[in-house]
Design a protein around this ligand. Structure first.
Ligand code: E4P
Length: 274
C-alpha cells in the first residue's frame, strides 16, 4: 500500500518526505486553510501560488491532489483545467480533486455535476482524484467516468454512524472495522458497517470489473485504521502527519531499545568507531 500525506503544511510534507516512505500528497480546502492560517501566524510572507509550487517540488515524482473550490460542472472544469495548467508544469505531478457530487440541496435540477467534471477532465488527459466518496456506487460511477483515484472517507463514515446512533467519540477514536454492535445488531449506513468496510467494498467492486482506478483510503484517523485499510486492499492510504508518526510506535520497541542500550559492551561499540 502506498502512503500519501494528507496535509497542505509545507513543514509536515517536507519532514515526511525526508523519511523516504511517502508516495504522494492530498490537500483539500480545509487543509489549505489550516496551513495558511499557520503561515500567517508565523508572519511568513509567501503567496499561495509560490507555497503550492514549493509543495509540488518537494513531492516531485509523486502525485499531489489540488482540489477545486467550485461546485458547478462548467466552473469545476474551468478551474480544474486552470489549476492543472498553472501548477502541473512545476513538477509534472498534479491531479485535480473533484467532489463526486457537489450539488447543494438548493441547487435544483443540477445533477451529476461532479461525475461530469470527472469525465471531461479525465478525457482531456488530466488525472482526477474523485473525492467525498461515501458509497461503493459513487466509486463505481467515478471509476466509469475515468477517475485515476477515488477517495472514500473512512473516518467520516465512522463519525456519521456514531453520530446517528448518539455515540459520543473523539475524532481519533478507533472504530471497529467489522462494525459497532448494539443489542445484537451491527450499526450501519445502508449496508456499510464502517469506514474500512466502505474501503473494502470499493476495492472489491473495482477489482471485479478490472478498473485501473486506484483506491485512496482517506479520512484515516489512527494507525490501526491505516493497518486495516492495508488489509482491505486499499492501493493508497492518505494519512495526516500525526498518524504517519504513529505507524512506527510501540511501547515494546522503546522498552527493547532501552534494554539494548543498557547492555552495550564498550568493546563491541568501539569496533566501528574511528
Ligand atoms: C482526503 O483526501 C481528505 O483530505 C481527508 O482525508 C479528510 O479527512 P478528515 O475527515 O479527517 O477531515
Amino acid at each position: 500500500m502506498k502512503i500519501f500525506i494528507d496535509s497542505a503544511r509545507l513543514d509536515q510534507i517536507e519532514k515526511a518526505y525526508g523519511y523516504g516512505i511517502i508516495n504522494g500528497v492530498t490537500t483539500n480546502p480545509s487543509l489549505l486553510k489550516k496551513a495558511v492560517d499557520k503561515l500567517q501566524q508565523s508572519g511568513e510572507k509567501i503567496t499561495i501560488e509560490e507555497y503550492l509550487k514549493k509543495i509540488l517540488r518537494i513531492a516531485k515524482g509523486t502525485p499531489v491532489s489540488l482540489e477545486v473550490t467550485e461546485f458547478k460542472q462548467e466552473k469545476m472544469i474551468e478551474q480544474g483545467k486552470k489549476l492543472y495548467k498553472m501548477f502541473n508544469p512545476v513538477a509534472n505531478n498534479v491531479n485535480i480533486k473533484i467532489p463526486v457530487n457537489p450539488s447543494f440541496p438548493d441547487e435544483e435540477g443540477r445533477d451529476f455535476e461532479g461525475i461530469q467534471a470527472v469525465k471531461t477532465l479525465s478525457k482531456a488527459g488530466i488525472p482526477v482524484n474523485c473525492t467525498l466518496i461515501f458509497t461503493p456506487e459513487q466509486a463505481l460511477l467515478a471509476a466509469k467516468a475515468g477517475a485515476k483515484f477515488v477517495s472514500p472517507f473512512a473516518g467520516r463514515i465512522d463519525d456519521y454512524i456514531r453520530t446517528n446512533n448518539k455515540i459520543s467519540f473523539k475524532k481519533t477514536d478507533y472504530f471497529p472495522a467489522e462494525g459497532w454492535e448494539v443489542n445484537d445488531e451491527i450499526l450501519n449506513d445502508n449496508g456499510i458497517m464502517s469506514g474500512i468496510d466502505l474501503v473494502a467494498q470499493i476495492v472489491d467492486v473495482l477489482s471485479i470489473y478490472d478498473f485501473k482506478t486506484e483506491v485512496i483510503a482517506a479520512s484515516i484517523r489512527n494507525a490501526r485504521q491505516a493497518r486495516e485499510a492495508a488489509l482491505a486492499g486499499a492501493d493508497i492510504a492518505t494519512l495526516p502527519y500525526d498518524v504517519i508518526m504513529q505507524l512506527l510506535v510501540h511501547y515494546k520497541t522503546n522498552e527493547g531499545m532501552k534494554k539494548f542500550t543498557d547492555d552495550i559492551i564498550p568493546e563491541y561499540a568501539n569496533l566501528t568507531k574511528d
